[in-house]
Write a protein that binds this ligand. Structure first.
Ligand code: ADP
Ligand code: GLC
Length: 477
């Protein structure tokens, strides 16, 4: 199959979260499986252009209403080729996402450039795979403005929702910039009357298939609590909404091969893990105290991730149980302040590294004993999957992909891979952390729990096949 991926991030080039990891791995899996896959992403100014060979492919002009963007397309690699849309006027902003007045045009340019590129390369996609609001207008654009191009005559579109809360909702005045004014009747009319257009909603309405990144989240977003106003539209398309868990690229994320950790290890010999724990604590300026559990966090610090619970519970838990906490993340000032305060109050127990640092993320996975994800909602979540592979026991709120991937430890049967609390409140978090700490004090049980997690397989060889099934179903319809 010919598959076109268009997205706003991809590791190792540009990353703020899990979408980048998915983009690094799923297209590569599909290319290995024999499909002709092309990936199109923006050439942000943060992309390290010295690390890879960027080949100029063509110049493309992208008209958006009154605006004209002169872009250059560069290509990196071949399996699959990744095409970068170079347009400093749009993508040299010092960060991937902005709240600038032209945010919609930044990703419309990406979307149109991808389609124009297909025309110029004479690449006829069987599947156009769009991701999140940034590329969610693609299905509608293909069905209207590109409908007469034979290259798109048989194209089917799949929209994957990685996070329903980010919707690309703009004032209706952006309408002309979409080039879709001639088919304005296809925009959600009540919303339009209320003066808004919502890119993600248009994708949900017009994509041939809609997917999200776990079965539980696929169900949750069809209800009012986590539906973010989209639930009725998702319910209306229920038969085409599927949940496919993200896979893990075990070449990047496994303790046997990790390039970023000082000591490699495996399930049969965990001594390297202990050495990584010492290296982690030393690097962060905390004392290494053998036998003291280390709890790790690596995350965007935003409301979704549920860390506001920690303010009430963590000081007491740290005082009572004497464990250590290492946190890597950045985001909302209130959450950054909370972690900074914890560090000041517990200087020998807590280290907060405020920032984005890939090698430290790997070292925290490798050197911690437990990993905390108290997310309010979590479409899939990748760090709990990485944690299990590194023998780092996840403590999670039972929601979305966390509910689908972390099985509650049961000391009677010896089954389970972590600790999952039901209610997102102080008591839930307290229970889960204390249960983990109590199990840690029982070495035989703890070892069993680690082994269970390390044996779990979320490789793309398994998850990628599920996308192929969806593609097959879409192209057959
Ligand atoms: P989300 O996409 O919602 O942020 P995921 O769990 O799917 O959550 O993916 C997060 C990814 O981003 C993981 O690969 C994680 O290691 C990485 N990450 C998050 N915050 C940081 C950070 N501060 N430094 C380095 N990597 C980070
Ligand atoms: C989003 C979600 C996260 C998911 C990632 C990749 O950022 O918040 O749960 O793992 O996308 O699909």
């Amino acid at each position: 199959m010919n598959v076109l991926f268009v997205a706003s991030e991809m590791a190792p080039f540009a990353k703020t979260g899990g979408l980048a990891d998915v983009m690094a791995a799923l297209p590569a899996y599909l290319a290995r499986a024999g499909h002709d896959v092309r990936v199109v992403i923006p050439l942000y100014d943060s992309v390290d252009t010295k690390k890879h060979t960027f080949e100029w492919v063509m110049d493309l002009e992208v008209p958006l209403g009154q605006h004209r963007y002169q872009t250059k397309i560069f290509r990196v690699g071949t399996a699959p080729p990744v095409y970068f849309v170079h347009c400093p006027a749009l993508f040299a902003r010092g960060r991937l996402y902005t709240s600038d007045g032209d945010e919609h045009r930044r990703f419309l340019t990406l979307s149109y450039a991808a389609l124009l590129l297909c025309q110029r390369l004479d690449f006829a996609p069987d599947i156009v795979h769009a991701h999140d609001w940034q590329t969610a207008l693609l299905p509608m654009i293909i069905k209207t403005l590109f409908a007469r191009d034979r290259r798109f005559a048989n194209t089917r579109s799949l929209l994957t929702i990685h996070n329903l809360m980010y919707q690309g909702s703009f004032p209706a005045a952006v309408g002309p910039d979409t080039n879709l004014s001639s088919v304005a009747h296809l925009f959600h009319q009540d919303l339009l009357s209320a003066g808004r257009v919502n890119f993600l909603l248009q994708g949900i309405l017009y994509a041939d298939g809609v997917s999200t990144v776990s079965p539980t989240y696929a169900r949750e977003i069809q209800g009012p609590e986590l539906g973010a106003g989209m639930d009725e539209y998702l319910r209306a398309r229920s038969s085409t909404v599927v949940g496919i868990l993200n896979g893990v690229d075990y070449d990047e994320w496994s303790p046997e091969r990790d390039r970023f950790i000082p000591n490699r290890f495996s399930a049969s010999d965990l001594s390297g893990k202990e050495a990584n724990k010492e290296a982690l604590l030393t690097a962060l300026g905390l004392p290494y105290l053998p036998g003291t559990p280390v709890l790790g966090i690596v995350s965007r610090l935003v409301g979704q991730k549920g860390f506001s619970l920690l303010g009430g519970v963590m000081p007491d838990l740290l005082r009572r149980h004497g464990f250590q906490l290492v946190v890597l993340g950045s985001g909302e000032p209130a959450l950054e302040d909370m972690f900074a305060r914890l560090q000041r109050a517990f200087p020998r127990q807590v280290c907060f590294y405020n920032g984005f640092k890939n090698d430290l993320a790997h070292l925290i996975e490798a050197g911690s004993d437990m990993f905390l994800m108290p997310s309010r909602y979590e479409p899939c979540g990748l760090n709990q999957l990485y944690s299990m592979r590194y023998g780092t026991v996840p403590i999670v709120h039972r929601t979305g992909g966390l509910a689908d991937t972390v099985r509650q430890w049961d000391p009677r049967t010896g089954r389970g891979t972590g600790f999952a609390f039901e209610h997102h409140d102080d008591a839930g978090l307290r229970w889960a952390v204390q249960a983990a700490l109590a199990t840690y004090r029982n070495p035989a049980q703890w070892r069993r729990l680690i082994d269970n997690g390390m044996a779990v397989d979320f490789s793309w060889n398994v998850q990628g096949k599920l996308y192929e099934l969806v593609y097959n179903r879409l192209t057959a319809s």
